[in-house]
Design a protein around this ligand. Sequence first.
Ligand code: GRG
Length: 279
Amino acid sequence: MNITARIESDRRLINLHLNRVLKFGVAVPERLAAAMRYSVLSPGKRIRPILALETYFACGGRRRDWILPFCCGLELIHSFSLIHDDLPAIDNDNYRRGRPSLHRKFDEATAIIAGDALLAKAFEVFALSRAPDERKIRAIHAISSAIGPSGMAGGQILDIDQFSEMDYFRIAKLKTAEFFAAAISTGAIIAGASAEREKRLFKLGVDLGTLFQLTDDLLDYETDRSPDSSVGRNINLTFNQLQLEAQKLAKSTEMRFRRLGPEFDFFAQLTELILKRRK
Ligand code: GRG
């Protein structure tokens, strides 16, 4: 199966399970259920759950019921972060994934609460994985530290302030890359990979996530700003410098994935796809 078909098939599997996880009964107020489903089930790339799933298989994992709850929970957390990021107090975005952002479709209070509910639901879903408890606890530790004060939340607080060129890479790491690395680590931990392999994969996850954020900014820049002025609000990186950084990072990341063996071919190809992505 080529990489695009494989991504599509992973995405279908993940969407199927997300849909199940978000089927609520009468215990959940209707507006809250509708808001959570609207946000999560909109057409996202599902890159973080795909990373967890593919790492799990590459590390020899075979039980889907061990890893899929983690894949779903990672996407619920990601959706929560996008909802809060779009709020008027943060980025004030009216659109997300080509549709009105959640606070536009519903209202601000509903969006805040739906985000909170998704974060809590993620941990409920993690707990329901059939994986051994010790692995589950270690994966939950990796995920929660990647999104907490020294991870995504910390990166987001720095992002709302003015920042310098040096901070740009620190913010990319905290805001985006650590969560990518946690998704990859989760796949390795749940599959029972060796400590050495887990450590190498974590580092590769940080680099892949940084590359993803760089390409995200390059894409934003192409649509919003003219080349050769600063990228971002007040950093001194030009479009060309950022592009060069992305190329260098993609080359070294791809090479290091290839060194892990043929089971990691998917990741080497994915690195190239991320570098060249148009959305
Ligand atoms: C997690 C505790 C906690 C707080 C959240 C609001 C916030 C604090 C963080 C926002 C972080 C954020 C939005 C980072 C941007 C990451 C990024 C590149 C998002 C776009 O991801 P894609 O392209 O989106 O995977 P799709 O729509 O495809 O899922």
